[in-house]
Design a protein around this ligand. Sequence first.
Ligand SMILES: Cc1cc2nc3c(=O)[nH]c(=O)nc-3n(C[C@H](O)[C@H](O)[C@H](O)COP(=O)(O)O)c2cc1C
Length: 135
Amino acid sequence: MIKFVIYTSKASIALSNIDLNDLITIARDNNKKNQITGMLLYLDGFFLQYLEGPENNIDILYKKLSQDNRHTSLEVLESGSIPSRRYAEWQMLFKKISSKEVPQFLKNSNIDVQHQGEIKLNLTQVKEILGQLSL
Ligand SMILES: Cc1cc2nc3c(=O)[nH]c(=O)nc-3n(C[C@H](O)[C@H](O)[C@H](O)COP(=O)(O)O)c2cc1C
């Protein structure tokens, strides 16, 4: 079985494209070694990540993530086991999207992104976004 985790977090500082590029390059190298696949979204200062892989490797990575001071307020929205990977081809698909673009990913649910640019996505919305981006 493959373990998966979906979590959101808040970037501690505004990350430049160079910072994000460094982060994703290291993440992809590590993930390849650790048989981890998934998707990382950077949404105006917020992260949304879907991780999947062998249980032990996911647990070790999540521990590292929770100690990484580039982000805070990690919140696991869902975790569990699945018989096979959803993103087998992606060592870590990365997308940067603006909160203004979020509504276009949500066909079945409404979202209020007006207040202070702060985005509060529920699990249904998160899954809808992940589903659209993986196409
Ligand atoms: C939002 C975010 C997502 C990350 N995603 C991954 C990832 O998918 N895989 C990974 O190995 N590291 C990821 N990292 C980096 C880890 O926290 C850690 O810095 C990295 O694994 C290096 O660990 P090491 O010093 O043990 O090699 C991420 C960091 C942040 C802030």
